[in-house]
Design a protein around this ligand. Structure first.
Ligand code: FES
Length: 203
């Protein structure tokens, strides 16, 4: 007569195998918990408190201290004293905080400083100097500002748009600048200034 313990279980799965499997699952779950714990610790280390980062602003390496929530606009205005980009709309809808990051126009009020630490940031302050950008000159020539609050954002946006669309038509310019608002309503002059830059480049 065969011993009961030697009889294979009806399911084909022995108690010993079940216990082995359970321990493996428990060990795996423990490892997963540890991994999650480590990841949380790492994430907390990366995203909390003040951190020193280096930003490349207008060709200058600037060391600044930021929190994870610090916006690029806050760094530019309150740490680097670059006040061209304006805090008009914190959601970026006015376009007044437009700056270039790796040549692309972005809203500095909705961009975290830590997100652009390895990129080239260009603000409107770099458009001046002894050889001002033709966009600045055209804005002056066409009187394309009243209070001037939207002007830095517009100048940067026009430069970014014309770099990408050097032969832009009036209609394309109007459409390309629709992310920037001017409460004084100087759109006609702004578009004329941008058109003038296109035409001067073509000559
Ligand atoms: S010139 Fe005043 S908001 Fe544009």
């Amino acid at each position: 007569m065969r011993d009961l313990q030697e009889r294979p279980p009806a399911s084909g799965f022995s108690r010993r195998e079940f216990l082995k499997g359970s321990s493996a699952v428990a060990a795996a779950s423990l490892a997963t918990q540890e991994a999650i714990g480590q990841e949380k610790e790492q994430r907390a280390a990366v995203t909390s408190g003040w951190t020193e980062i280096t930003l490349d602003v207008n060709g200058v390496k600037e060391k600044v201290k930021v929190e994870p929530r610090t916006t690029l606009l806050e760094v530019l205005r309150y740490q680097l004293d670059l006040t061209g980009a304006k805090p008009v709309s914190l959601d970026g809808s006015s376009g007044c905080s437009t700056v270039l990051v790796d040549g692309k126009p972005i809203s500095a009020s909705t961009t975290l400083a830590v997100a652009v630490k390895d990129k080239k940031i260009r603000t409107v302050e770099s458009f001046g100097g002894p050889h001002p950008d033709p966009v600045c000159t055209a804005f002056v020539e066409y009187d394309a500002q009243q209070c001037g609050f939207c002007t830095p954002g517009f100048v940067v946006a026009v430069r970014a748009f014309l770099d990408k669309n050097p032969d832009a038509t009036e209609e394309e310019i109007r459409s390309g600048l629709n992310g920037n608002l001017c409460r004084c309503g100087t759109y006609a002059q702004i578009v004329q200034a941008a058109l003038d830059v296109v035409q001067s480049t073509e000559q």
